[in-house]
Design a protein around this ligand. Structure first.
Ligand SMILES: [Zn+2]
Ligand SMILES: [Zn+2]
Length: 260
């Protein structure tokens, strides 16, 4: 059984818990850790777990909304931390006291009851990696922070039963909003963040009858609205807007169980 729960989403902080059970064993991977340690602790508690019960943390890239308290957490609880060589370098190569594991595009991370498969994405970070998690039967795609629908990304997400997908901004709201021009260009650029209509294109390209759950994530508070993201994604797959779950910046999502 494979399930996930987003704990926080957006520029104020990102973290998603992936849990795989096989027999009596439950293994937990925290994907990104962009919160303060107390907040993280509360949200893990709300998810029925605790920092000491995490088996590993995977950091997708060096932006502060994804890194948060990871050093403190890892050193305090002795949790292995996975990230790319580039991400580690961009963070200033901190001393992780033997807990660092280098992640690479295409090389799976074996969690015991499931595997996390990292893949590269186009984003303005040194070596960003996002994940597809699989227990062999069910597959979950976790994709935030990318600027365009690269072919390789679409390939890696084929056949997922549940997806957490960035729907960062509405292109018109961003263009007409009051962000400075350089920032608008960065966000809308090919290594920035996904507008709703491109998220919808990705979703359309990976849609199949057994895709059951879609979460819209990393929504901009200023340049998007939940109902715009929901309607763009729902249209791409012929669902009702309310079938698309929106990850709340503070509350995240309930548990979402991937089933095939
Ligand atoms: Zn981010
Ligand atoms: Zn980022």
């Amino acid at each position: 059984m494979l399930r996930f729960r987003n704990l926080a989403s957006g520029s104020t902080g990102n973290a998603t818990l992936v849990e795989g059970r096989s027999g009596a064993h439950t293994r937990r991977l925290l994907v990104d850790c962009g919160l303060g340690i107390r907040q993280l602790q509360w949200r893990l508690q709300a998810a029925g777990t605790a920092p000491a019960q995490l088996d590993a943390v995977f950091i997708t890239h060096e932006h502060s909304d994804h890194v948060g308290c990871v050093l403190k957490l890892a050193l305090r609880e002795r949790i292995p931390v996975w990230m790319s060589e580039g991400t580690y370098g961009a963070l200033g190569s901190p001393d992780l006291d033997g807990l660092l594991h280098v992640a690479c595009d295409g090389v799976p991370v074996d969690m015991g009851s499931f595997c996390a498969h990292p893949f590269s994405v186009p984003h303005d970070a040194r070596e960003p990696l996002h994940l597809r998690c699989s227990d062999g039967a069910t597959h979950i795609g976790l994709l935030t922070d990318l600027g365009h629908a690269a072919e390789t990304v679409v390939e890696r997400l084929q056949g997922c039963h549940a997806l957490l997908l960035e729907a960062n901004h509405d292109a018109d709201l961003l263009a007409s909003g009051d962000y400075p021009v350089f920032l608008k260009r960065r966000i809308a650029g090919p290594r920035g963040h996904l507008p709703n209509h491109v998220s919808a294109d990705i979703l359309h390209a990976v849609h199949h009858p057994n895709l059951r759950h879609v979460v819209a994530a990393h929504l901009s508070a200023r340049n998007n609205r939940p109902e715009l993201a929901q309607s763009a994604l729902a249209q791409a797959v012929g669902w009702h807007a309310s079938d698309i779950v929106v990850a709340d910046p503070r509350e995240g999502t309930p548990w979402i169980e991937a089933s095939y």
